[in-house]
Design a protein around this ligand. Structure first.
Ligand code: ATP
Ligand code: MG
Ligand code: FE
Length: 343
């Protein structure tokens, strides 16, 4: 089974060819980060236009690099949501046109299912499994009782963790996307400014990062008013320690209380070195099997969309030609076996 996958939900245009849901034959990614940096964040209208400019070349490139012909393809997959509606539409139109032209099925795919199944590009997933999704727009704990079934057991009530990283980075003077800068600063810092942790109710798997973000902004303002300098590293470390402690604690508790046999980390913030190390140490201690995809599969890419789409291909759940962009589609509704669409 060869699936050509398209991902245009945000600011990366990506096309991949994935064999049997696990083997990446090509995975081309055109990042628009430099374009959006001038604005300090992703500008939706600009993102759509950029996708339009590069999508055709990316499609050709991905097929060429995979060393197959279009007729070898089994299906065409595309991110249908969540994401920016205009950006999603570009990928959907391209995928539909191609699928129609070569007479192959179309598979609308959930972006977060993609982030989770990026792990399948690394190794076999064992069930039940818990996924900790940490990205620019999502912070979730997902229980997968079997392959392709998704149950949301916790989510952020306000900011996503990547969003909080980007805002804190901006307050400390770093360009978008700021996550990697804060990560680096935090790990290099020898001092720490302790910041609050939001645990919420004792049994809750939900997250909240807006209070922490406000605490950072207040601290920065106070340092500035006192005319102090060099406070950045201690704040970055305090912020990162607070984020990591809560993420790790809740993820471990989710694994232990559900009897999950594996913990999957995914999403762009999975690139965070502090989080990777803390989670690995804790999982080692608790004897939990932890899987973390390599960096190139953590941030947005089409290979992960091909991996998730393979589940729908196996169960024969294809999308119709009226497939629409679904900016806020839920992960649960995309579970395999729950939303058969007519082909
Ligand atoms: P979503 O997947 O929820 O739609 P997205 O696709 O925009 O959101 P990703 O591309 O998965 O998000 O991740 C981007 C986010 O990851 C940005 O907020 C970025 O700052 C953050 N990020 C990347 N590297 C790191 C790092 N080392 N530490 C912390 N955050 C990071
Ligand atoms: Mg992105
Ligand atoms: Fe993403």
């Amino acid at each position: 089974c060869y699936i050509l996958a398209v991902e245009t939900s945000c600011d990366e245009t990506s096309v991949a060819v994935v064999k049997n849901g696990t083997e990446v034959l090509s995975n081309l990614i055109a990042s628009q980060i430099e374009t959006h940096q001038a604005f300090g964040g992703v500008v939706p209208e600009v993102a759509s236009r950029k996708h339009v400019e590069s999508i055709t070349l990316m499609l050709e490139g991905a097929v060429r690099e995979a060393g197959i012909s279009l007729q070898d393809l089994s299906a065409v997959a595309v991110t249908e949501g969540p994401g920016l509606v205009g950006a999603l539409l570009v990928g959907i139109m391209a995928a539909k046109s191609l699928a129609f032209a070569i007479d192959k099925p179309l598979i609308g795919t959930h972006h977060i299912a993609g982030h989770i199944y990026a792990n399948r590009l690394v190794q076999e997933i064992k069930y039940p499994s818990i996924a900790l999704v940490v990205s620019g727009g999502h912070t979730e704990l997902v229980l997968m009782e079997r392959e392709g079934s998704f149950k949301l057991i916790g989510r952020t009530r306000d900011d996503a963790v990547g969003e909080a990283y980007d805002k804190v980075a901006r307050a400390l003077g770093f360009p978008y996307p700021g996550g990697p800068h804060v990560d680096k600063l935090a790990l290099e810092s020898e001092t720490v400014e302790v910041l609050p942790r939001a645990w919420l109710e004792p049994d809750s798997y939900d997250f909240s990062f807006s209070g922490l973000k406000s605490a950072v902004l207040n601290a920065v303002n106070q340092h500035k008013m006192r005319g102090e300098e060099g406070y950045g590293p201690a704040i970055a470390r305090g912020f990162q320690e607070s984020v990591i402690e809560v993420l790790v604690e809740k993820a471990i508790r989710a694994v232990q209380s559900t009897g999950a046999v594996q913990l999957l980390l995914c999403g762009g913030v999975a690139a965070n070195r502090g989080l990777r190390t803390a989670l690995a140490e804790r999982c080692g201690k608790e004897r939990i099997d932890l899987v973390i995809p390599p960096l190139k599969y953590c941030t947005d890419n089409a290979a992960m969309i091909g991996a998730a789409a393979y589940l729908k291909w196996k169960s024969g759940e294809f999308s119709s030609w009226v497939l629409k962009a679904e900016p806020s589609i839920t992960l649960e509704s995309w579970s395999v076996g729950t939303c058969p669409e007519e082909g």
